[in-house]
Design a binder for this molecule. Structure first.
Ligand SMILES: [Zn+2]
Length: 399
């Protein structure tokens, strides 16, 4: 009910702001709070400083965050695996060379569902992952392809165009050679993203806080765009070197990150308490992109979930279906995080476009795909419409 109310307000805001059509409308309609601001005709900042680095054209990420929530769909590799276009295990998006049109369509699906961002599918397209699957020679073309596809969609839909770098899986604080290779991986991927003209760069899914700091340093050194740095907390409530989530975010903020926070591994229920600590610890914008799974205190990460129906076998990665959050739960997560002051919101591995739509609607938005959001009034048995025959509605209790 409150969501519907907020949607109405948003629509009012849109009209008052005279915000144009299509994606521009979506951009202007930045959720309940911001919509109210728009309706008053005063699009003032939410209070946080949002200085853009030199050479960065507004409206960009920071300005949008100052006005309200920004939704970023992630979790492409899981969705493409489910659709049959890449292999679970290595999770390298070989779909970029086999079926680039599928990647483009997935970007479009997420934007249609409410994503404000088209993030290039360069996750796990770094030289270490390609080495593992024996395709190092495809490193440059795959990165370029991913960036080109995302740029095309971003420019067409007026969404933000984000680059992406991620966990290298070779980071080892005691191995100097490995650290040099990590630096190289970040430098080259940031370079390709900068060449492509990204609006900002996401660094994500690090288990080591210091690896996240290295990724941030590479973004600062090799590009001029804002940095969103998110990392993952597994079963233990700290990074692999023992930093708390809040402490890690403070370090990232001090090192110049524009947005800091958590992504992947934890579901909404086990990520929210950490977000509270992070929000209290930093002044910069905070990000939250949980996996859409019902994680628990006992099994707080999606890799730790075991399925009682299958001999308590590990559910990750292809047996997670019984744990998937409902759309209402994702909507509720978005509302709770936003109320806490977390404004960069998304869903990671396991997310489909329907989750992004639920998140958007939870924030009071009405993306294109909401045209088809559920309406049971004309359902064959549960419908309330006068055209539904009583011979059907009377049978409800026996369904
Ligand atoms: Zn993920």
């Amino acid at each position: 009910m409150s969501a519907a109310k907020t949607v109405k307000k948003r629509k009012g805001g849109k009209a008052a702001a005279g915000a144009g059509k299509g994606a521009g409308t979506r951009r202007a309609a930045a959720g309940g709070k911001s919509a109210r601001v728009s309706a008053n005709g005063a699009r003032k900042s939410a209070g946080k400083s949002a200085k853009a680095p030199a050479g960065y054209k507004e409206p960009g990420l920071l300005k949008r965050l100052a006005e309200g929530p920004v939704i970023c769909a992630e979790g492409y590799v899981f969705e493409l695996e489910r659709r049959g276009y890449l292999q679970a295990g290595a999770f390298v998006p070989t779909v970029l060379t086999d079926h680039p049109e599928v990647v483009e369509q997935l970007h479009l699906d997420f934007v249609r569902a409410g994503s404000d961002v088209t993030q290039a599918l360069t996750y796990y397209v770094h030289r270490e992952k390609l080495r593992v699957i024996g395709r190092e020679k495809d490193l440059v073309p795959m990165n370029r392809t991913a960036l080109n596809i995302a740029k095309k969609v971003a420019r067409k839909t007026h969404t933000l165009f984000a680059g992406d770098i991620c966990n290298t899986n070779i980071y080892d604080p005691a191995d100097k050679k490995a650290l040099r290779e990590v630096e190289r991986i970040f430098a080259e991927q940031v370079g390709w993203a900068a060449d492509a003209g990204v609006d900002y760069i996401v660094a994500e899914t690090f288990s080591w806080g210091a690896e996240a700091v290295m990724a941030l340093e590479a973004i600062k050194k090799h590009s001029k765009v804002p940095a969103v740095v998110t990392f993952s907390i597994h079963r233990e409530e700290h990074t692999r070197e023992g930093w708390t989530a809040a402490e890690t975010c403070k370090r990232l903020q001090a090192a110049g990150a524009d947005v800091v926070g958590l992504n992947c591994h934890r579901g909404p229920d086990t990520m929210l308490p950490l977000l509270r600590e992070i929000r209290d610890a930093v002044k910069c914008e905070v990000a939250a992109l949980p996996v859409p799974y019902r994680t628990t205190t006992e099994q707080p990460s999606f890799m730790s979930l075991t399925d009682p129906c299958c001999d308590n076998a590990r559910a990750f990665p292809i047996g997670l279906d019984p744990f998937v959050c409902t759309r209402a739960e994702i909507g509720e997560f978005g509302r709770a995080a936003y109320e806490m002051g977390v404004k960069y919101l998304g869903v990671c591995c396991g997310a489909g476009p329907h989750h992004i739509r639920a998140l958007a609607e939870g924030l009071g938005r009405h993306p294109e795909a909401s045209k088809y959001s559920v309406d049971m009034s004309k359902h064959a048995f549960f419908g309330t419409d006068s055209k539904i025959k009583t011979v059907q509605t009377e049978y409800r209790a026996k369904l």
